[in-house]
Design a protein around this ligand. Sequence first.
Ligand code: B12
Ligand code: SF4
Length: 480
Amino acid sequence: MIKAVFCQRFFYPFFGVMAISAVLKKSGHSTELVMETSVKKAIAEILRADPNVVLFSTLTATGDFEWSLEVAKQLKRNNPSILTIFGNLHPTLFPEETMAHDAVDILCRGEGEFPVLELSDRLRRGKNYSDIAGLWVRSPAGIAKNPSAVFIEDLDVLPFPDRDLYQKYGFFDNSDSIDVIAGRGCPFHCSFCMNSTLQELFRGKGRFVRKVSPLYMIQELEEVKRKFRPKSIKFSDDLFSAHKGWLKEFSQMYKKRIGLPFLCSVTADTVDDETISWLADAGAYMISMGVETGNEGMRYGLLNKKVADAKFEEAARRIHQHGVKVLTTNIIGFPGETLDNAFETISFNQKIKTDVVYFSVFQPYPQLPLTKKMEASGVFGPIPPAEFNTTFWKGSLLKQDNMDRLVNLHKFFFLVFKFPWLKPVVKFLIQLPPNWFFEQIFIFSYGWQALTSLHRHPLQLLAMALGNLKIFFNTKGASR
Ligand code: B12
Ligand code: SF4
């Protein structure tokens, strides 16, 4: 048996980690989690667990990679025989840079369940593990750069995500709402979204967009209900409405066997009256759509999101007609965006009567099509991942004349949306330099919205906020 310890600083149950842990446990290996913001405490906990391998899940441009690397370095000093494995987007997008650090023994590009299982099985049997698809492996002979593994064709072969892993930290206690995910991938090619980058990177590796079967999802939800007794469910899929047939079958089963209110996301052009009625009938209390910007030209051109304003208007009207609330996600601070464009986004949300507005500041994450386009046209040079702000709720890295005002407007977005008469005052205030006070306005208005509309227990929100506060509002990175 191999003992695997997952280590992360972010206070949230990562689906990728739960998926890998479940596969390992099913094959007789043992897993544990260390969720800590202090490097020192993380190392002490890992050493106490005495693992064979330590696994880090690191997105890029979040600061998680740098933090994990520090843990790995110090861990190796204490016990060089522990193998360190890095997975998720950072090593996937930056394998060479990741392997340049001696503290990284192995990295995984793409889906990790079967590469990590194969590795653990070979370690258990004392076999050579340098040729496993999906892994880059350091050895005295050099680095074996194996090709990426193919996508898991049928997600139903996977055991249910190992949520018990996070119960060590009582994560699901007081969870009015539990996050689940019914599939992977998205068929669209928006220029600001990592899905576009991944489709390109893994071309030829199998179907990118996949869903578990409706029955699998229902059985997983039955387990979640039995173990944690949530009052509602949030589907975290990028696009829940990808397949109409799936949606119909799932909605009927969900109504009969689960019956909890739920939140899911759609695109305005993949839902019609029928699909919305199925979702509403099954118990959807809110449906989310990515509006991104209220300027149609920018949405079509710069963002490559080919959804017309009229489609959003129609979808929002239908969702409301079925008694369901509308949540939209919006972004401020795109390259070339004017203040008027940003105000258009607010008024568009008022027009379609959005109930809950999410809004973030655009980040030119590495290797996004939009980032590459801007780099190629000289708008900005490549930004090293370590330079990034750790959250898209704070500032921007783009050097643009009006960026301070756009970032300020982000802090007032919710207030102007709710109270349009504040617009002239806000127009005046955003001329001031970005400051601590504006950030507090954002935190309170965003927190108030989350508390009053998202079926989250105040204790659950507080635990997540306290767990991640240091990460979200630190001063690291080149944020404004
Ligand atoms: C759920 C989700 C979250 C969750 C969990 C994040 C997480 N780290 O898992 C929460 C709500 C916390 C979150 C927060 C953020 N997110 Co988010 N999120 C997603 C979302 C919608 C789904 C990810 C997911 O769970 N997929 C399903 C699982 C099964 O797949 P997976 O995570 O890729 O894991 C597989 C492989 O990557 C690999 N793997 C993963 N970890 C490991 C570890 C090891 C050791 C190995 C071997 C393999 C391995 O194996 C897994 C199983 O196959 C994606 C969009 C997307 N399409 O991926 C955005 C996405 C990952 N988020 C993104 C962003 C920007 C953020 C934030 C920075 C936003 C912010 N607030 O500022 C924060 C960062 C938080 C953090 N430090 O992790 C970007 C990442 C951009 C980037 N370049 O890194 C994405 C891609 C959105 C996008 N479309 O651009 N997010
Ligand atoms: S529709 Fe949403 S998830 Fe799909 S590519 Fe566009 S932004 Fe990404």
